[in-house]
Ligand binder design. Structure first.
Ligand code: NAP
Length: 303
């Protein structure tokens, strides 16, 4: 039986693994996709204290190397359910049909990109539609692309893409943006970046690849066609908690836990973007990992 099983190898999960291993805990981290979580999609991180500039990918790699150097085991398998309890230990079931047991669990499940939910979206993924500018931006060198969303991710993506695309349209459903002022200022200074507000995308056109989309003005209901070869969707995330809704209490889809990272189930802790919280940043995900690991260690040692 492991001491701690961590579900998810993003910044929260890997930070938890570092703290758990440094306390001598037998620690296994299960990851369904690739380690690093969503930060791997961020071209440039410049608000992590003491690191002036680093790519999201390099940050993730460094964190993974640090956790595994301390002896954390990262297994690529999806946790499908959690059974058991604090008294007898927990049993984690995996997509591979294997099971694993442990004394405490940290849910560091993170969140996934929200989809637009409009017709043909799934069909055009990889054929013009992308959710990751860093991964796919280079396919659109010298071409026209659109970015959808008004948060930090969308504005950062638009700035990143403007360096390679001939023209970038940043489409957002409101005239006000959620993104930080500094990012918006940088965005407005770019000659090949055009803000299109307040518009929503109502239809996707082109076959087999995206060639244009229909936009609807949210103030007067008028529609227009916008031609673009690529559409980068950056309209937020949704927590990846569906498999655990019968295990721990959720609130709005997020695992309900306070700043102490304790869920309603003794021995199960939650860390990172999948937890109920106000600020979802790289720094707060890592901080959560530390808090959850220390709480899990206390639970194992002191009950
Ligand atoms: P976000 O802040 O939740 O913004 C999502 C954007 O998409 C909002 O502008 C929202 O519009 C729009 N939107 C949501 N659902 C939509 C829909 N169905 N159709 C059309 N538009 C929709 O998401 P995010 O930009 O991915 O950022 C997530 C978190 O990570 C935030 O806390 C952000 O600050 C953080 N982050 C930080 C950095 C950084 O610090 N460098 C970089 C990236 C992300 P409304 O505004 O109208 O709701």
């Amino acid at each position: 039986m492991a001491d701690i099983i961590i579900v998810g190898a993003g910044p929260a999960g890997l930070s938890a693994a570092i703290y758990a291993r440094r306390a001598g805990m037998d620690t296994v981290c299960y990851e369904a996709m690739a380690y690093g979580g969503q930060i791997i999609n961020t071209p440039e991180v410049e608000n992590y204290p003491a690191i002036a500039h680093i790519s999201g990918f390099d940050f993730a790699q460094s964190l993974y190397d640090q956790a595994t150097a301390f002896g954390a085991t990262v297994v690529f398998d999806r946790v499908t359910s959690i059974g058991g309890d604090a008294e007898h230990g927990f049993t984690v079931s995996l997509e591979s049909n294997a099971t694993a047991t442990c004394k405490a669990v940290i849910l560091a499940v993170g969140a996934a990109n929200r989809h637009m939910g409009i017709p043909r979206e799934d069909e055009l993924i990889g054929k013009g539609i992308s959710y990751c500018a860093t991964c796919d931006g280079s396919f659109y060198k010298g071409r026209r692309v659109a970015v959808y969303g008004g948060g930090n991710t969308a504005v950062e993506d638009a700035i990143y893409l403007a360096a390679m695309a001939s023209h970038v349209y940043l489409i957002h459903r409101r005239n006000e943006f959620r993104a930080e002022d500094a990012l918006l200022k940088a965005c407005r200074a770019l000659p090949n970046l055009e803000l299109i507000t307040p518009y929503v995308i109502t239809a996707l056109e082109g076959s087999p690849k995206l060639t244009s989309m229909v936009l609807e003005n949210r103030e007067n209901g008028s529609t227009e066609r916008l031609e673009a070869d690529g559409l980068f969707v950056a309209i937020g995330q949704e927590p990846k908690t569906a498999d655990f809704r019968d295990t721990v209490k959720l609130s709005g889809g997020y695992v309900e836990a306070g700043e102490d990272c304790r869920t309603d189930v003794r021995g199960i802790f939650a860390a990172g973007d999948g937890r109920t919280k106000k600020v979802r940043q790289l720094t707060t995900a890592c901080a959560d990992g530390a808090v959850a690991a220390l709480a899990a260690i206390d639970f194992i040692r002191l009950g």
